[in-house]
Ligand binder design. Structure first.
Ligand SMILES: Cc1cc2nc3c(=O)[nH]c(=O)nc-3n(C[C@H](O)[C@H](O)[C@H](O)COP(=O)(O)OP(=O)(O)OC[C@H]3O[C@@H](n4cnc5c(N)ncnc54)[C@H](O)[C@@H]3O)c2cc1C
Length: 440
């Protein structure tokens, strides 16, 4: 039987998920007398907060992703395995991996499997709306954005061109805001003089939010400033506007049909199915309700961190953000190390809020750090500094810094590649004008 580095001589720690939570748990075990198996269904660690920069051609995939194997090449107690975990048997302390005949045994288990899109009981929307959760999503979205303009340049009639160059972004959180702002800049500056027939700066961008305001986690006055900034950049802001339907022709927003080839979903997430695997209680978003040390009820050696965990702190759970996963991963590493080495257990997990940020344009971001609440150039500099700091390695930091400097100074987006020719379906969409708005 292959043991994947888990010899059984030392305690076996299996970590599922090589994102923010899992990677930080593994790093925290660097000097612990354990063998760690880190399993992920993909081979790279991904800095999700910058996915929108790949989708809009500013950064390349390699700038925001790093091979998990390379990250742990010097940490001898970690073995990396690419595989999809399909179930856990908490009583037997084993887990199953797709295509592997034998289950893997563990002494400690850390589940850090993140979240996926939540289409709020409308799974059929998934086929028509673009997601932005993985590198694949970002590359596909980039291709869709670029192809929409190329198709519009081919189109004979205005109705088709309008359909092709209308962008509906669903969700007014940081991802929706960042995408809307970047698309507006891309169409106005980056595409300037690139087309002869089209006027990309006339493309429509709608930012749609069901709630009363964008950036609900931010200070209301700061969120209002960002709202106005986006409006001034030409983004159509639709708050209090639930999306009622999404299909291949567009979306119905608060009763109004908007024709668009490009509906982008940035609205909600649902935790990975860890609670089903474990058979433990979850909240409405599917997050496992964890103990103060991030273990699960009845199993002090199984932990859940990051977007998959419902971590109560005060009167509400912690948000699904990178810092919660990073700090949670580190905490669990410390708990396991203390247990193995028979130290007193660390105190319960306490999250240290490092603030919220959302960038809007090349020189404008909203930044909230404790009492500091600012929007503008200072916010942008703070945003850029913190994001570069948290990229996976020095190479990514240097590359990203250079790309950003170039992009900001010259509005250049160097990564504007279309790798697949038009499909028949895409070409047909140019010849066949979409139905008029009243057909909805
Ligand atoms: C577009 C976008 C923008 C964001 N912007 C921000 C931001 O600006 N600031 C911020 O703080 N947060 C932001 N977030 C949220 C932040 O990225 C998450 O909170 C964070 O990634 C959670 O970390 P995690 O370790 O829980 O999960 P992830 O980082 O998602 O990692 C989960 C890992 O588990 C793996 N996995 C899943 N299921 C399995 C399985 N069955 N078997 C094996 N492996 C599996 C996945 O492949 C993945 O690598 C953003 C997220 C997105 C999608």
């Amino acid at each position: 039987m292959v043991n994947y580095g888990l010899t059984g001589v030392r305690p076996r720690v299996v970590i599922v998920g090589g994102g923010f939570g899992g990677v930080n748990a593994a790093k925290a075990l660097k000097h612990a007398r354990v063998d760690v198996l880190l399993i992920d269904r993909i081979n790279h660690y991904l800095f999700q907060p910058l996915l929108y920069e790949v989708a809009t051609g500013t950064l390349t995939p390699g700038d925001i992703a790093a091979p998990i194997r390379a990250m742990f090449r010097r940490q001898q107690n970690v073995t990396v395995l690419m595989g999809e975990v399909t179930g856990v048997n908490p009583a037997a302390k084993t887990l199953t991996v797709a295509a592997m005949n034998e289950p893997i045994a563990f002494d400690y288990l850390v589940l850090a499997t993140g979240a996926r899109d939540n289409f709020f009981n409308h799974p059929e929307w998934q086929g028509s709306a673009r997601s932005l959760k993985s590198l694949r999503d970002a590359i596909d979205l980039r291709e869709q954005i670029l192809k929409s303009f190329e198709l519009a340049e081919l189109a004979d009639d205005d109705a088709s061109a309008d359909w092709l160059t209308t962008f509906v972004i669903v969700g007014g959180g940081p991802t929706g805001v960042e995408l809307a702002g970047t698309l507006a800049e891309m169409f106005e500056f980056t595409f300037k003089n690139n087309f002869r027939r089209l006027h990309p700066d006339e493309a429509r961008i709608l930012l749609v939010e069901a709630g009363p305001r964008i950036l609900p986690a931010f200070d209301p006055a700061l969120a209002q400033q960002v709202h106005r900034k986006l409006e001034n950049m030409g983004v159509e802001m639709r708050v209090n506007s639930p999306v009622e339907a999404i299909d291949d022709q567009g979306a119905i927003i608060k009763g109004e049909r908007v024709l668009s080839r490009n509906v982008i979903w940035a609205a909600g997430v649902r935790a990975s199915p860890a609670s089903d695997w474990l058979g433990v209680p979850a909240d409405r978003s599917g997050r496992v309700i964890v103990n103060p040390d991030l273990s699960i009820p009845g199993h002090p050696d199984i932990f859940v961190v990051g977007d998959t965990a419902h971590t109560p702190q005060g009167d509400k759970p912690l948000p699904g953000v990178a810092q919660v996963a990073i700090q949670g991963g580190r905490h669990v590493g410390a708990v396991i190390k203390a247990h193995v080495e028979r130290y007193p257990a660390p105190p319960p997990f306490v999250y240290h809020d490092k603030g919220s940020m959302a960038t809007v344009s090349r020189w404008y971001a909203a930044l909230e750090l404790g009492n500091v609440k600012t929007a503008g150039l200072i916010g942008k500099l703070g945003w850029a500094f913190i994001h570069i700091l948290y990229l996976s390695d020095m190479q990514n930091r240097i590359r990203t810094f250079i790309q950003w400097t170039w992009a900001n100074l010259f509005s250049a987006r160097g990564s504007r590649y279309i790798t697949r020719p038009f499909t028949r379906g895409e070409l047909a969409s140019v010849d066949t004008p979409p139905p008029t708005a009243n057909d909805g």
